[in-house]
Unconditional design. Structure first.
Length: 207
């Protein structure tokens, strides 16, 4: 099991049969070709409006700065609201009529949502974003039966760090590419990357 696979599954350090000296660190870094593709499609002219589903972060503010006129952190990941709380959180996502969001980073929200709640998320995003808006999503297609919530932090425009921030949870069945394409409509997938760890990164644009 690789360091990245271990950290996403929440496997403890020093698992049976492994040398504790070789166990995964609390934070690991990985390349992100999906984020690299996302940022290649936006201009560093300070004109964009960002919606990041994660918590506010100085690292993200600094990296978004050259691109963004406005930045909104939704704070919905790495800990997702449940049930009716999730529905309320979706309704509370603030509209931005003067500068509709044109860059949205959902991280692994789709992966962790109950399948019945996923279409509601896409519908709400359609209401909030501008024509041509670009969306980034990451999905675990490794087939793992449990996944731990992971805080993902941009450390560059093509690189992230990941840190487990909670106990493992039962995983939803893996989202395969064809269902992802149908789910994201009217966003059209522009780029898709499969990483060695089993993660898939998607960049889509609203048509």
């Amino acid at each position: 099991m690789s360091w990245l696979e271990r950290i996403r599954s929440g496997a403890p350090r020093g698992s049976i049969g492994e040398d504790p000296q070789q166990s995964a660190p609390a934070i690991v870094q990985r390349a992100s070709p999906g984020l690299a593709a996302l940022f290649r499609g936006v201009k560093p002219d300070g004109s964009h409006s960002f919606l990041d589903f994660g918590p506010a972060s100085n690292s993200h503010l600094n990296l978004y700065g050259p691109f963004a006129h406005q930045i909104r952190f939704a704070g919905l990941v790495p800990t997702l609201p449940r049930g009716d709380d999730w529905t309320a959180a979706l309704r509370a996502l603030p509209p931005n009529p003067e500068y509709p969001y044109d860059v949205v980073l959902t991280w692994d929200v789709l992966d962790r949502l109950d399948p019945r709640a996923r279409p509601g998320l896409i519908q709400r995003l359609v209401e909030l974003v501008a024509p041509g808006a670009r969306l980034y999503a990451v999905i675990d297609s490794s087939g793992a039966t449990v996944r731990a919530p992971v805080r993902t932090t941009l450390v560059g425009l093509d690189r992230v760090s990941e840190q487990v921030v909670g106990p493992p949870e039962a995983a939803q069945p893996a989202l395969l590419p064809a269902p992802v394409e149908r789910l994201l409509h009217p966003f059209t997938i522009m780029h898709a990357f499969t990483l060695r760890s089993g993660l898939r990164e998607y960049v889509a644009a609203k048509t």
